[in-house]
Write a protein that binds this ligand. Structure first.
Ligand code: NCD
Length: 318
């Protein structure tokens, strides 16, 4: 295991931080998913567990934009009774040159115990975790292209809801810019640990990562062929900066080859579940018809995100 992987555990094997799903044992993943499922089934929004983190201060520390991840962490922490602070790098002393480490240390000095951190650089959250004091827990809310563990967990919870808890016969296809995607990396870690039957990865050659990321997966460039018989399709956002980098010729060309349409989706198993972490570029990764159609699990992913984040915060700080 790498240091980032071992650093997230207490000596007794419990999670201290959640930095990556890589190296998290199957039992721990299952425990978090079961717990999130219980919370979700108790009805998102109405479940009151305000005693769990009463008196605990939690801060969302975001050095990059976010809609879903940040709001759902805020709601999750509030529903557990935490005092929630929101730090936005664009309106803080980060603009005056304060380092992320100093920001963390200052908030820690105020008594904040839980930090939910998003950062544009790979490994930045693990580096901050190494600076954190004894009783402080960090959750990685996305670092560069490296990891987005709670997105991985909420995707797994959604797959369980759609297809059942036994992943051994499941054929899952991940489509798009896998190379730059922290979501794909965390999904791949979780799918492997949970024993997914077959994992396929599809995208243009320029947007697919090396073997170290896709080991054990079936990799291909032809979406129609790769869709054949899959039980779930996990679409990724096309990051528009990839066009500026010349990795994608145009949005239209990308959509023509890698956009999910109702017609294409017919190649997948009947009732195949369609997932997307958001934000969706409508008409690029998928048509409106697919995004809003009967096979779309996109909004259930969002709802599951709150439950997963409650389970994670409860586990680390409760
Ligand atoms: C993703 C992210 O920022 O990693 N969004 C999210 O958290 N749901 C995916 C993306 O921006 O493409």
């Amino acid at each position: 295991m790498t240091t980032a992987q071992t650093a997230q555990f207490h000596p007794d094997g419990r999670l201290r931080h959640l930095l990556t799903l890589e190296g998290v044992p199957r039992q721990t993943l299952l425990h978090l998913l079961d717990r999130a499922g219980q919370i979700r089934d108790a009805a998102v929004g109405r479940v009151s567990r305000r005693e769990v983190l009463a008196g605990t201060a939690v801060c969302t520390l975001f050095f990059e934009p976010s809609t879903r991840t940040r709001s759902s962490f805020q709601l999750a922490a509030m529903r557990l009774g935490a005092d929630v602070l929101n730090f936005d790098a664009s309106t803080s002393s980060t603009r005056k040159g304060e380092t992320a480490r100093d920001t963390l240390k200052n908030l820690e000095a105020m008594g904040v115990r839980g930090f939910i951190v998003r950062h544009p650089d790979d490994g930045a959250v693990a580096a901050l975790a190494a600076e954190a004091g004894e009783g402080t827990a960090l959750v990685n809310a996305g670092d560069g292209r490296n990891a987005h563990p709670t997105q991985g967990l909420l995707d797994m919870l959604t797959l369980r809801q759609a297809k059942g808890a036994d992943f051994s016969k499941l054929k899952v296809l991940i489509v798009g810019d896998v190379k730059h995607s922290r979501v794909a990396r965390s999904d791949l870690h979780a799918l492997r640990t949970l024993g997914a039957g077959e994992i396929r990865v599809c995208g243009p050659a320029e947007l697919l990562p090396g073997d170290e990321v896709t080991a054990g997966c079936i990799v291909g460039h032809d979406l129609d062929a790769m869709l054949e018989g899959v039980d779930a399709v996990m679409m990724l956002r096309l990051q528009r900066e990839r066009m500026e980098e010349g990795l994608v010729p145009s949005l239209e060309a990308y959509h023509a080859r890698y956009g999910l349409t109702t017609q294409r989706l017919r190649r997948a198993a009947p009732d195949a579940a369609v997932l997307h972490p958001g934000p969706i570029n409508r008409g690029v990764e998928m048509t409106d018809e697919v995004a809003d159609g009967p096979q779309s699990w996109v909004l259930r992913q969002v709802a599951n995100g709150v439950a997963v984040r409650m389970a994670v915060l409860e586990h680390l700080l409760g």
